[in-house]
Write a protein that binds this ligand. Structure first.
Ligand SMILES: [Zn+2]
Length: 237
C-alpha cells in the first residue's frame, strides 16, 4: 500500500521534475535596455527618444525568450543605469548579453520636416537591422555565432540588414563579420568589450526613417522581431 502511494506521488511529480531539470539547464540571457533617461539615445523622425523604443522591444524579447525556454534578466529598464560597466557587471552571472538599440544615421544625411508643428530631423535613406560584436570580447566565437543566428532568424522573418555601417565614411567603417546576416565588428563598444559573457548589440531598425519608425512601433512587427531574436538565441545557446 505504501509503495502504491509512493509510485503515484512520483508519477504525479514526474512532469514537474522534468520541468525543473529543463529549467536548471536553460541558459540565462541578460537583456540590456540601451541608453538612460539623461541620455536617451537617438531621436526618431517624430521626436520619440530611442530609450522608449528600446524598452518596448526589450520587454517583448524577454517574453519571447521565456516562451522559448530561456531564462532572462532585464537590465536598465528603469532608465537610471548611466554607467555602462554597471550593466556588464549586472550581466556577469548570465550566459549571454544582448544590448537592445534602435538606429540613426550620420548627421550629414539628416534632412528636416515638420511633424505636429515641430521641426524634426529625419532620413529615409537607410532602413533595416544591424548586429555588432567586439573582437575585444573574451568570447568572440560564441558572440559571433549568436549574432549570425539572430540575423538569420530576422532575415527568415522578412527583415533585411541595413548594411550601411560598413560604408567607408567617417563614423561608420564597421567591417562585416557576417555580411549576409548583417553582423559587423565594433571592437570598442564598451558594453560588448567589457562584457564577461558573449555579447551582441542589436540595432533593431532605423528610427530616423519615417516609415521604419512606424513599423517598429507596431505591435505586430515588434513581436515578430522579438520572436526572431529569441529563436536565434535559442539556436545558439
Ligand atoms: Zn542606441
Amino acid at each position: 500500500m505504501r509503495l502504491i502511494v509512493y509510485n503515484r506521488a512520483v508519477r504525479a511529480l514526474f512532469p514537474l521534475l522534468l520541468c525543473v531539470a529543463a529549467s536548471a539547464h536553460a541558459a540565462t540571457v541578460a537583456i540590456d535596455v540601451g541608453h538612460f533617461i539623461e541620455e536617451p539615445g537617438a531621436t526618431s523622425a517624430r521626436g520619440r527618444p530611442e530609450l522608449d523604443f528600446n524598452r518596448d522591444l526589450a520587454v517583448e524579447i524577454e517574453s519571447a525568450a521565456r516562451r522559448d525556454g530561456l531564462k532572462t534578466m532585464l537590465i536598465g529598464y528603469d532608465g537610471f543605469m548611466s554607467e555602462l560597466t554597471r550593466r556588464t557587471a549586472a550581466a556577469a552571472a548570465a550566459d549571454f548579453l544582448l544590448s537592445v538599440h534602435h538606429d540613426s544615421v550620420q548627421p550629414h544625411f539628416l534632412e528636416s520636416w515638420e511633424f505636429d508643428r515641430v521641426e524634426r530631423a529625419f532620413s529615409d535613406r537607410y532602413s533595416g537591422f544591424s548586429l555588432f560584436v567586439s573582437r575585444k570580447n573574451r568570447s568572440l566565437t560564441r558572440s559571433l555565432a549568436c549574432a549570425s543566428a539572430i540575423g538569420e532568424a530576422l532575415r527568415g522573418a522578412g527583415f533585411s540588414p541595413s548594411l550601411y555601417h560598413a560604408d567607408p565614411i567617417p563614423g561608420e567603417n564597421k567591417p562585416f563579420a557576417d555580411r549576409r546576416n548583417g553582423v559587423h565588428y565594433y571592437d570598442n563598444l564598451i558594453v560588448l568589450k567589457t562584457a564577461r559573457t558573449p555579447a551582441v548589440l542589436l540595432e533593431a531598425g532605423v528610427i530616423v526613417n519615417r516609415d521604419e519608425e512606424l513599423r517598429v512601433q507596431s505591435e505586430e512587427v515588434r513581436r515578430r522581431i522579438a520572436a526572431s531574436v529569441a529563436d536565434g538565441l535559442r539556436r545558439c545557446l
